[in-house]
Design a protein around this ligand. Sequence first.
Ligand code: FEO
Length: 399
Amino acid sequence: MHCVRTVTDNLYWVGANDHRLTLFENIHPIPQGVSYNAYLLLDEKSVLFDTVDWSACRQLLENLSYLLGEKPLDYLVINHMEPDHGACIEEILLRYPQVQIISTEKAFLLMRQFGFDVDSHPCITVAEGDTFTFGAHTVTFVGAPMVHWPEAMVTFDTTNGVLFSADAFGSFIALDGKLFADEVNFDRDYLNEARRYYTNIVGKYGTQVQAVLKKAAGLDIQMLLPLHGFVWRQDLGYILGKYDLWSRYEPEQRGVVIAYASVYGGTENAANILACRLREQGVQVEMFDTSVTPASYILAAAFRFSHVVLAAPTYNGGVFVTMENLLHDLTAHGLKGRRAAYIENGSWAPTSARGMQKLLEPLNWETAADTVTLRSALRQGQQEDLERMAAQLAESVKA
Ligand code: FEO
């Protein structure tokens, strides 16, 4: 049965929700599910903007069948062909054999690479600044390379100010009947998942996001329609402002993320004591066990806060595995401009602080406090080392 929502005049959400997928991209947990958004414009011509993941194809087809009735589908605009949005292209071509596909040259190349038989249909290649008229609605295409793949574009409807924004402004949430960000308390309930989506999926490409934001500033945007999560029709400055901060790698808040790994509890104990001393000085702290919390959550917190404390045992002469994995993730996403401090542990040869600093070298983070070295566990009198670290961090956070 169809399940659609009206976005605005003649424009409909025809996507689907997914609560069954455990790991997005087979790596990021999505406990609140995810939505695959596709949109149908019914003008003189009918236009489908993007498709959905293969797992949701039947829902998309039922939605289209309901809205189109006996009418044909005239155009399929593919802003982003990654399979969570492009997997149903072939099925659409089979069901609507007269449909013409509009996308970028790179997108058509990737469609062929993924084995989609698009060449049996008219393929209209568009580039930055091209326009297309579907009747009352005229759209212009805007390149968005690396947001999040190289072929991506966004489509701006000059008639009603709708921006089909591809992956930009998405969230790791299933909509479950909701559609608009103004229908919920987004800042309280959904910002964390929007940040985790941005930082993990697009976070590496801050420069490219900045380029798209600059282009967007020249458009009279009234609505943002991403491929995941909420549609924005109010307070667009809020989410645009978050994207501006995140893509410049500027923290949203002064405060400390403590990420620790611990084998027998000694490092965890030190991390807990440090958190207490920081809280006593009024410093906001968020703490994670790298062996328990998936890296995507810790990466998102590191984007959010100004300071990061990394605490880990020495392991096989290097850095404990789960911490090493997190540090690779931080460097892979190019998170710039954080201030760091280190707690190392080693029962006979503690070297993990040096190892962590080496892994983080590409990010050029400044050090905000003296390193604390544990030998198995905090020894009597060594609490002063943590008090000094807390004082140095508090001073730096409040500077
Ligand atoms: Fe939601 Fe880059 O695909």
